[in-house]
Design a protein around this ligand. Structure first.
Ligand code: SF4
Ligand code: SF4
Length: 424
């Protein structure tokens, strides 16, 4: 079946047939998981539209921006400071990596016991499936976990790659290393975009990214209401879309959606039936179209009211200090803000344990589901300490280890249902 965007995708060197298969699966998944929900907010129509055009209109916007001289920079991790890209007139897109479709290609170059997220981004590139990857003038990796670090060495043979060094501890020397990495990256962004980052440009960019974080914080506060006015699936989708939509448009649209949520909260209208169990997710990021676990949870008598994840509060909790006047003051503020990220790649990582307990208490949840991708050592190992900290606070936790395949859906459903019953 031909598509209005075929010529654009062909120009981007996508494998049109395989890509059509991907869009077919995505559409079907979205229909089953999202469109089947009752009582959705009017504001979610924008998200439905953005997702329906995820490889169409947004890619066209990127191509138009590129034609006018702007550069597109792709990232895989919330450690890469978007503010620098925006300040240099570029566009940053999160490269999603939430589907299994390129797995066979990926396993030709990666060991089978690699996490699904890494296999997904390598597979998307090798199978020529992702118009975002193909639109990038630069792709930025980071030395977070060993899997990613080594996979980037292979990925670099196929795409223009730059790697930021993220420290593994939070001592003064780690902070100094990180600041020097932020500086090194600033120079790289200036080289790629051909634009010098000025104080005024950086100030605006810091404010813009903070505004997007503020609107997502507002969303989080509103969904914490009892009863919760929005499903966990919809809130996750909003967070996922925040990584690649235009930041100004996205912030406006989510502001409108929050107004609608406020009305629901005022009138005490919940999205789920009375008695639905409130749960929180914690762990590895869930990139588009990885909606498997939220769907299972929300079809098992529970509602998700928060995600302690990079596609969730880890990305929005901390703002960058906006008071700085010079470029260097603002780079310091950026370095400080990003060093607060409590990724499981850090050791020790007690901040994360404290943040999870505080979040679970604040959200008034009955339990936490810890989500770890198979072969993800940082998160799977840290699950032990997370469970201990939660249990000490009297909050039960269920630890789930899975990947992107659908083979374990029934088994997961049985475990989640038993957990929901136990927390009642
Ligand atoms: S979980 Fe860690 S490595 Fe993954 S996106 Fe978040 S900060 Fe980056
Ligand atoms: S999920 Fe775990 S193993 Fe996979 S990229 Fe993230 S930190 Fe690394």
């Amino acid at each position: 079946m031909s598509n209005a965007y075929d010529a654009m995708w062909e120009k981007l060197n996508l494998d049109l047939e395989a890509h059509e298969g991907l869009l077919g699966v995505l559409g079907q998944f979205y229909g089953d998981i999202y469109m089947s929900q009752q009582g959705r907010l009017k504001g979610m129509e924008y998200m439905d539209f953005v997702l329906s055009e995820v490889h169409g209109l947004r890619i066209k916007e990127l191509q138009d921006a590129k034609a006018s001289g702007r550069k597109v920079i792709g990232t895989f991790c919330v450690f890469v400071p978007e503010e620098l890209v925006l300040a240099a007139g570029g566009i940053q897109v999160g490269l999603c990596a939430g589907a299994e479709i390129g797995k066979t290609e990926a396993e030709k170059v990666l060991p089978r016991n690699t996490c699904a997220l890494i296999k997904s981004f390598v597979g998307f590139k090798l199978a020529r499936l992702c118009p975002y990857i193909e639109s990038c003038d630069l792709i930025v990796g980071e030395t977070t976990c060993d899997g990613k670090k080594k996979a980037y060495e292979i990925f670099a043979d196929y795409a223009p790659l730059y790697v930021m060094e993220v420290p593994q501890m939070k001592t003064a020397s780690d902070r100094a290393l990180w600041k020097s990495e932020v500086l090194r990256y600033k120079e790289k962004v200036e080289e790629i975009t051909g634009n010098k980052i000025t104080a005024a440009g950086l100030k605006d960019a810091i404010h813009l990214v903070n505004e997007r974080r503020r609107v997502l914080q507002r969303l989080n506060r509103l969904r914490a209401a009892v009863p919760s006015p929005i499903s966990g699936r919809d809130a996750l989708l909003i967070n996922q879309i925040s990584f690649y939509d235009d930041p100004v448009r996205f912030t406006t649209k989510i502001g409108e959606l929050c107004n609608e949520l406020e009305e629901r909260v005022k009138s005490g209208t919940g999205v789920a039936p009375e008695g639905t169990v409130r749960l929180m997710l914690s762990g590895c990021p869930m990139a588009v179209p990885n909606w498997k676990l939220p769907y299972i949870v929300e079809s098992s008598g529970a509602i998700i009211v928060g995600e302690e994840s990079c596609i969730g509060t880890r990305n929005t909790r901390d703002l960058t200090e906006e008071a700085g006047g010079t470029v260097d003051e603002m780079l310091e503020a950026l370095a400080d803000r990003y060093m607060k990220i409590d990724c499981a790649c850090f050791t020790p990582n007690t901040e994360r344990l404290e943040n999870i307990v505080e979040m679970a208490r604040g959200l008034n949840v009955k339990g936490v589901i810890h989500y770890g991708l198979s072969f993800c050592q940082p998160y799977l190992m840290e699950a032990y300490k997370v469970e201990k900290a939660l249990n000490k606070a009297g909050i039960p936790m269920l630890s789930i280890e899975t990947d992107y395949s659908m083979e374990d859906v029934e088994q997961l459903k049985t475990r989640v249902e038993a957990f929901v019953e136990m927390t009642r």
